[in-house]
Design a protein around this ligand. Structure first.
Ligand code: SF4
Length: 339
């Protein structure tokens, strides 16, 4: 187990398996063209498996597969089988946009995946089309239904709440979540790499979300729990639980135990970090497990990142990075580092 300079343990690894995505959400991939990671630089499953083993020896016990859209990675259940065979991983989850889930939910479950989170920002097909520039809303809803049928529990729906876009659907999404047996988590719109159209006035804050839902449902009570999960959870009078990830107005950097591995093996210590550590190069050059472990330990023990908190004090806040900068280094994009 290792701690960073702020006493935060390394526990949680988000592994991006592809930078590609089959949606073009306005808050993540608003451009027409993207530069993709070269295929020969994408980590093979055996390479991911080996790195995860090393991370486990350093204290990681939660792995989340991300993208891009992770279900675009061919034969993903094979990677899941490799990871699910590690008893030290007490949580093995995936975040998907749901488009391909109807076909794959059962094979993911059979491969040993523990949990699924589906990103869904709207229940309205026309709005979905506007927001994602794709016509696959029905597929996402079918995907969510398939998750339940495949026997998954503890399913989450992640919704980025944006003013003037979907902030009139908060209660509808909670109702929908209840129907499909999934807990909705509202995420405050963040100014991370890729969110080039972000502005503070589009952020629907935790306070506002709670006020609106209180108006609709009556008294909302916080669920008291000790965890480093980013969502604060709340209970409606009828017992329905939902979460809010207040990453913009009330960041949780003080407890952040997460790091991110890109599909080509760069390791980032914060969603806002502009530099990562290249693990692919030493891995492919024949580094031993001890050498890779030393590299990871050195990186984590020097970690000072509190990206979202640092952004809080920026005056006249605008998107973190401009398009030109993102084009020069696609690793700065949220779709490359797994959100
Ligand atoms: S901004 Fe960085 S340090 Fe803060 S919670 Fe997010 S990933 Fe962790």
């Amino acid at each position: 187990m290792i701690r960073d300079t702020q006493g935060r343990w390394l526990r949680n690894l988000r592994v991006s398996v592809t930078d590609r995505c089959n949606l073009r959400c306005a808050y993540c991939m608003p451009e027409e063209e993207y530069k993709w990671l070269p295929r020969d630089e994408i980590l093979h499953f055996e390479e991911i498996d080996r790195l995860v083993d090393i991370f486990i020896t350093l204290g990681v016990d939660k792995v989340r597969l991300t993208g891009g859209e992770p279900l675009l990675r061919r034969d993903l259940p094979r990677l899941i089988r490799l990871l699910a065979a590690k008893p030290a991983l007490r949580d093995l989850a995936i975040t998907s946009n749901g488009v391909l889930l109807a076909d794959q939910a059962q094979s993911l479950k059979d491969a040993g995946l523990h949990r699924v989170t589906v990103s869904l920002d709207t229940l309205r097909p026309d709005r979905f089309r506007q927001l994602t520039r794709r016509e696959t809303h029905a597929e996402v809803l079918e995907g969510l239904a398939a998750v339940g049928r495949a026997g998954f529990t503890d399913t989450k729906i992640d919704t980025v709440a944006m003013r003037g876009v979907n902030d009139d659907e908060l209660a509808d999404l909670i109702e929908y979540g209840r129907k499909v047996n999934a807990e909705v988590r509202f995420i405050e719109y963040m100014d991370v790499g890729g969110a080039t159209r972000w502005s503070m006035d589009k952020v629907v804050s935790r306070r506002e979300i709670l006020d609106r839902l209180t108006e609709r449902y009556g008294l909302i009570t916080p669920v008291v729990e000790t965890s480093t999960a980013p969502a604060d959870r709340y209970r409606l009078p009828d017992g329905t639980v939902f979460g809010i990830i207040a990453s913009t107005t009330a960041p949780f950097c003080a407890d952040c135990d997460r790091s991110r591995l890109t599909a080509d093996g760069l390791w980032y210590l914060c969603l806002y970090a502009q530099q990562g550590t290249d693990l692919r190069q030493p891995l492919r050059a024949g580094a031993s497990d001890d050498e890779l472990r030393a590299l990871i330990t050195g990186g984590w023990e020097a970690r000072r990142d509190r990206g979202a908190e640092d952004r809080l004090v920026v005056r006249g806040r605008s998107p973190l990075l401009q398009v030109e900068r993102l084009k020069r280094d696609p690793h700065l994009e949220m779709h490359t580092r797994g959100g």
